[in-house]
Design a protein. Structure first.
Length: 118
């Protein structure tokens, strides 16, 4: 399936945003979907994943602040981001993580830009 991220924007530190990852087809059978981000001058990193069964995993930087969830009926995966920090500023993408660490199954879309001001 093709995945498209949206919902980014500008927010002050301490604020919240909810990102959406909308799929072109049903995600019920998709093994896992992840949110990734790439900050200026840095490598892309994995932020959070959610399995088809709802199991979640988070990067240390996201634990306690971000929540990933999925709505199979809407073919959408969400990333609720609270207590945002300037270091969360990045382009956020969604994709299907591969069984091989660091690899993904889909192509990278345009992503959605999140800017957190101090």
């Amino acid at each position: 399936v093709q995945l498209q991220a949206s919902g980014g924007g500008w927010v002050q530190a301490g604020g919240s945003l909810r990102l959406s990852c909308t799929a072109s087809a049903s995600i019920r059978s998709v093994n896992a979907i992840g949110w990734y981000r790439q900050a200026p001058g840095k490598q892309r990193e994995l932020v959070a994943t959610i399995s088809s069964g709802g199991r979640t995993n988070y990067a240390d930087s996201a634990k306690g602040r971000f929540t990933i969830s999925r709505d199979n009926a809407k073919n959408t995966v969400f990333l609720q981001m609270n207590s945002l920090k300037p270091e969360d500023t990045a382009v956020y993408y969604c994709n299907e993580p591969s069984d091989y660490p660091g690899y993904v199954l889909g192509s990278w879309g345009q992503g959605t830009l999140v800017t957190v001001s101090s």
